[in-house]
Write a protein that binds this ligand. Structure first.
Ligand code: 5GP
Length: 205
Protein backbone atom coordinates (compact mmCIF):
# COMPACT_ATOMS: atom_id res chain seq x y z
CA UNK A 1 0.00 0.00 0.00
CA UNK A 2 1.23 3.49 -0.83
CA UNK A 3 1.89 5.39 2.34
CA UNK A 4 0.67 8.93 2.52
CA UNK A 5 0.42 11.09 5.64
CA UNK A 6 -2.74 10.29 7.65
CA UNK A 7 -3.65 13.88 8.49
CA UNK A 8 -3.29 14.98 4.92
CA UNK A 9 -5.37 13.36 2.24
CA UNK A 10 -6.19 13.45 -1.42
CA UNK A 11 -9.39 15.21 -2.41
CA UNK A 12 -10.64 13.83 -5.69
CA UNK A 13 -13.25 15.82 -7.61
CA UNK A 14 -15.22 13.83 -10.15
CA UNK A 15 -17.94 15.25 -12.39
CA UNK A 16 -19.42 14.78 -15.82
CA UNK A 17 -18.29 17.32 -18.39
CA UNK A 18 -20.29 20.53 -17.78
CA UNK A 19 -20.68 19.70 -14.08
CA UNK A 20 -18.78 22.80 -12.99
CA UNK A 21 -15.76 20.95 -11.64
CA UNK A 22 -13.17 23.45 -12.93
CA UNK A 23 -14.90 26.49 -11.38
CA UNK A 24 -15.31 24.74 -8.03
CA UNK A 25 -11.73 23.45 -8.06
CA UNK A 26 -10.30 26.92 -8.83
CA UNK A 27 -12.35 28.55 -6.07
CA UNK A 28 -11.36 25.96 -3.45
CA UNK A 29 -7.67 26.36 -4.35
CA UNK A 30 -7.91 30.16 -4.25
CA UNK A 31 -9.58 30.16 -0.82
CA UNK A 32 -7.83 27.37 1.04
CA UNK A 33 -4.09 27.81 1.67
CA UNK A 34 -3.52 24.24 2.78
CA UNK A 35 -4.94 22.69 -0.39
CA UNK A 36 -2.69 22.29 -3.43
CA UNK A 37 -3.57 21.19 -6.94
CA UNK A 38 -2.17 18.02 -8.45
CA UNK A 39 -0.97 19.08 -11.88
CA UNK A 40 -1.55 16.10 -14.16
CA UNK A 41 0.63 14.92 -17.00
CA UNK A 42 -1.03 14.64 -20.39
CA UNK A 43 -0.29 13.86 -24.01
CA UNK A 44 -3.07 16.26 -25.04
CA UNK A 45 -1.97 19.42 -26.86
CA UNK A 46 -2.33 22.64 -24.84
CA UNK A 47 -5.46 24.72 -25.51
CA UNK A 48 -5.20 28.46 -25.93
CA UNK A 49 -4.29 30.10 -22.64
CA UNK A 50 -3.16 26.89 -20.93
CA UNK A 51 0.21 27.10 -19.23
CA UNK A 52 2.66 24.18 -19.11
CA UNK A 53 3.32 23.17 -15.51
CA UNK A 54 0.26 25.05 -14.24
CA UNK A 55 -2.77 23.58 -16.00
CA UNK A 56 -1.01 20.39 -17.04
CA UNK A 57 2.49 19.13 -17.69
CA UNK A 58 2.25 18.61 -21.44
CA UNK A 59 4.47 15.71 -22.51
CA UNK A 60 5.00 13.44 -25.50
CA UNK A 61 3.64 9.90 -25.79
CA UNK A 62 7.23 8.61 -25.41
CA UNK A 63 7.75 10.48 -22.15
CA UNK A 64 4.36 9.34 -20.88
CA UNK A 65 5.24 5.70 -21.64
CA UNK A 66 8.60 6.11 -19.89
CA UNK A 67 6.87 7.49 -16.80
CA UNK A 68 4.50 4.51 -16.76
CA UNK A 69 7.50 2.17 -16.93
CA UNK A 70 9.24 4.04 -14.11
CA UNK A 71 6.08 3.63 -12.02
CA UNK A 72 5.66 7.34 -11.43
CA UNK A 73 1.90 7.38 -11.98
CA UNK A 74 -0.47 6.79 -9.10
CA UNK A 75 -3.07 6.34 -11.82
CA UNK A 76 -3.30 6.94 -15.53
CA UNK A 77 -6.06 6.67 -18.06
CA UNK A 78 -7.05 7.28 -21.64
CA UNK A 79 -9.70 10.01 -21.63
CA UNK A 80 -11.29 10.93 -24.96
CA UNK A 81 -8.25 9.62 -26.86
CA UNK A 82 -5.53 11.36 -24.82
CA UNK A 83 -3.47 9.99 -21.95
CA UNK A 84 -3.64 11.60 -18.52
CA UNK A 85 -1.71 10.65 -15.39
CA UNK A 86 -1.29 11.68 -11.76
CA UNK A 87 2.30 11.80 -10.54
CA UNK A 88 2.90 9.97 -7.27
CA UNK A 89 6.10 11.90 -6.50
CA UNK A 90 4.38 15.26 -7.11
CA UNK A 91 1.64 14.37 -4.62
CA UNK A 92 4.09 13.02 -2.06
CA UNK A 93 6.12 16.25 -2.14
CA UNK A 94 3.03 18.37 -1.57
CA UNK A 95 1.82 16.16 1.27
CA UNK A 96 5.24 16.18 2.90
CA UNK A 97 4.95 19.96 2.84
CA UNK A 98 1.76 19.60 4.91
CA UNK A 99 -0.83 20.11 2.19
CA UNK A 100 -3.96 18.34 1.14
CA UNK A 101 -3.83 17.62 -2.56
CA UNK A 102 -6.80 18.21 -4.85
CA UNK A 103 -7.16 16.06 -7.96
CA UNK A 104 -9.40 16.78 -10.92
CA UNK A 105 -9.50 13.42 -12.67
CA UNK A 106 -11.98 11.12 -14.38
CA UNK A 107 -13.93 8.18 -12.95
CA UNK A 108 -11.43 5.56 -14.20
CA UNK A 109 -8.53 7.34 -12.46
CA UNK A 110 -10.46 7.84 -9.24
CA UNK A 111 -11.33 4.13 -9.13
CA UNK A 112 -7.68 3.17 -9.71
CA UNK A 113 -6.60 5.32 -6.77
CA UNK A 114 -9.29 3.87 -4.49
CA UNK A 115 -8.21 0.38 -5.56
CA UNK A 116 -4.73 1.12 -4.19
CA UNK A 117 -6.04 1.84 -0.72
CA UNK A 118 -4.80 5.43 -0.79
CA UNK A 119 -6.01 7.93 1.79
CA UNK A 120 -8.47 9.78 -0.43
CA UNK A 121 -11.78 11.58 -0.12
CA UNK A 122 -13.87 11.37 -3.28
CA UNK A 123 -16.46 14.00 -4.16
CA UNK A 124 -18.84 13.59 -7.07
CA UNK A 125 -20.28 16.84 -8.43
CA UNK A 126 -23.56 16.86 -10.34
CA UNK A 127 -25.87 19.53 -11.70
CA UNK A 128 -29.42 19.27 -10.28
CA UNK A 129 -30.77 17.41 -13.34
CA UNK A 130 -29.91 16.10 -16.78
CA UNK A 131 -31.91 18.88 -18.44
CA UNK A 132 -29.86 21.49 -16.56
CA UNK A 133 -26.64 19.72 -17.56
CA UNK A 134 -27.83 19.81 -21.18
CA UNK A 135 -28.62 23.53 -20.92
CA UNK A 136 -25.18 24.24 -19.43
CA UNK A 137 -23.39 22.29 -22.15
CA UNK A 138 -25.38 24.14 -24.83
CA UNK A 139 -24.74 27.50 -23.18
CA UNK A 140 -20.96 26.95 -23.22
CA UNK A 141 -21.18 27.08 -27.00
CA UNK A 142 -17.87 25.26 -27.36
CA UNK A 143 -19.20 21.89 -28.57
CA UNK A 144 -21.16 20.57 -31.53
CA UNK A 145 -24.52 18.79 -31.07
CA UNK A 146 -22.80 15.41 -31.52
CA UNK A 147 -20.16 16.20 -28.92
CA UNK A 148 -22.86 17.29 -26.46
CA UNK A 149 -24.78 14.05 -27.06
CA UNK A 150 -21.54 12.12 -26.47
CA UNK A 151 -20.86 14.01 -23.23
CA UNK A 152 -24.41 13.28 -22.01
CA UNK A 153 -23.92 9.56 -22.71
CA UNK A 154 -20.61 9.64 -20.82
CA UNK A 155 -22.34 11.41 -17.93
CA UNK A 156 -24.87 8.55 -17.72
CA UNK A 157 -22.14 5.91 -17.47
CA UNK A 158 -20.23 8.00 -14.90
CA UNK A 159 -23.37 8.40 -12.75
CA UNK A 160 -23.80 4.62 -12.91
CA UNK A 161 -20.55 4.37 -10.94
CA UNK A 162 -21.40 6.96 -8.30
CA UNK A 163 -21.67 4.37 -5.49
CA UNK A 164 -17.88 3.95 -5.53
CA UNK A 165 -17.44 7.46 -4.16
CA UNK A 166 -17.87 9.16 -0.79
CA UNK A 167 -19.81 12.40 -1.26
CA UNK A 168 -22.27 13.98 -3.65
CA UNK A 169 -22.34 17.74 -4.12
CA UNK A 170 -25.17 19.16 -6.21
CA UNK A 171 -23.97 22.15 -8.18
CA UNK A 172 -27.13 24.24 -8.37
CA UNK A 173 -25.72 27.54 -7.11
CA UNK A 174 -21.96 27.36 -7.58
CA UNK A 175 -21.17 29.31 -4.41
CA UNK A 176 -23.08 26.73 -2.35
CA UNK A 177 -21.24 23.90 -4.10
CA UNK A 178 -17.86 25.51 -3.35
CA UNK A 179 -18.81 25.87 0.33
CA UNK A 180 -20.00 22.25 0.42
CA UNK A 181 -16.65 21.00 -0.88
CA UNK A 182 -14.73 23.09 1.67
CA UNK A 183 -17.06 21.87 4.40
CA UNK A 184 -16.38 18.23 3.44
CA UNK A 185 -12.62 18.82 3.61
CA UNK A 186 -12.86 20.42 7.06
CA UNK A 187 -15.15 17.68 8.37
CA UNK A 188 -12.85 14.94 7.06
CA UNK A 189 -9.94 16.55 8.94
CA UNK A 190 -11.83 16.13 12.20
CA UNK A 191 -12.38 12.40 11.84
CA UNK A 192 -11.00 10.65 14.92
CA UNK A 193 -9.33 8.01 12.73
CA UNK A 194 -7.16 10.72 11.17
CA UNK A 195 -6.01 12.13 14.50
CA UNK A 196 -3.01 10.55 16.12
CA UNK A 197 -1.65 11.19 19.61
CA UNK A 198 -4.87 12.76 20.85
CA UNK A 199 -4.12 11.61 24.43
CA UNK A 200 -0.52 12.85 24.32
CA UNK A 201 -1.73 16.26 23.24
CA UNK A 202 -4.56 16.36 25.78
CA UNK A 203 -2.57 15.17 28.77
CA UNK A 204 0.82 16.45 27.70
CA UNK A 205 -0.04 20.15 27.58
P1 5GP B 1 -9.41 18.19 -20.24
O1 5GP B 1 -8.51 17.66 -21.30
O2 5GP B 1 -10.72 18.72 -20.82
O3 5GP B 1 -8.72 19.19 -19.35
O4 5GP B 1 -9.80 16.98 -19.28
C1 5GP B 1 -10.51 15.88 -19.77
C2 5GP B 1 -10.81 14.93 -18.61
O5 5GP B 1 -9.60 14.31 -18.16
C3 5GP B 1 -11.46 15.57 -17.38
O6 5GP B 1 -12.54 14.74 -16.94
C4 5GP B 1 -10.35 15.55 -16.36
O7 5GP B 1 -10.88 15.45 -15.04
C5 5GP B 1 -9.62 14.29 -16.75
N1 5GP B 1 -8.23 14.30 -16.22
C6 5GP B 1 -7.38 15.33 -16.09
N2 5GP B 1 -6.22 14.93 -15.55
C7 5GP B 1 -6.34 13.61 -15.31
C8 5GP B 1 -5.48 12.62 -14.74
O8 5GP B 1 -4.34 12.87 -14.32
N3 5GP B 1 -5.95 11.36 -14.69
C9 5GP B 1 -7.21 11.01 -15.13
N4 5GP B 1 -7.58 9.74 -15.00
N5 5GP B 1 -8.05 11.91 -15.65
C10 5GP B 1 -7.62 13.19 -15.75
Amino acid sequence: MISLDKNKFLIILIAPSGGGKTTIRQAVLAREDDVEYSVSFTTRKPREGEVDGVDYCFISLEEFTERIEQGDFLEHANVHGNLYGTSHSFIKNKMNAGKHVLLDIDVQGAKQILGKGVNAVTIFILPPSESILKKRLNRRGTDTKEVIEHRLKNAASEIDQIRHFDYLVINDKVEDAIKDVICIIRSEEKKIERLENIKDIFYGG
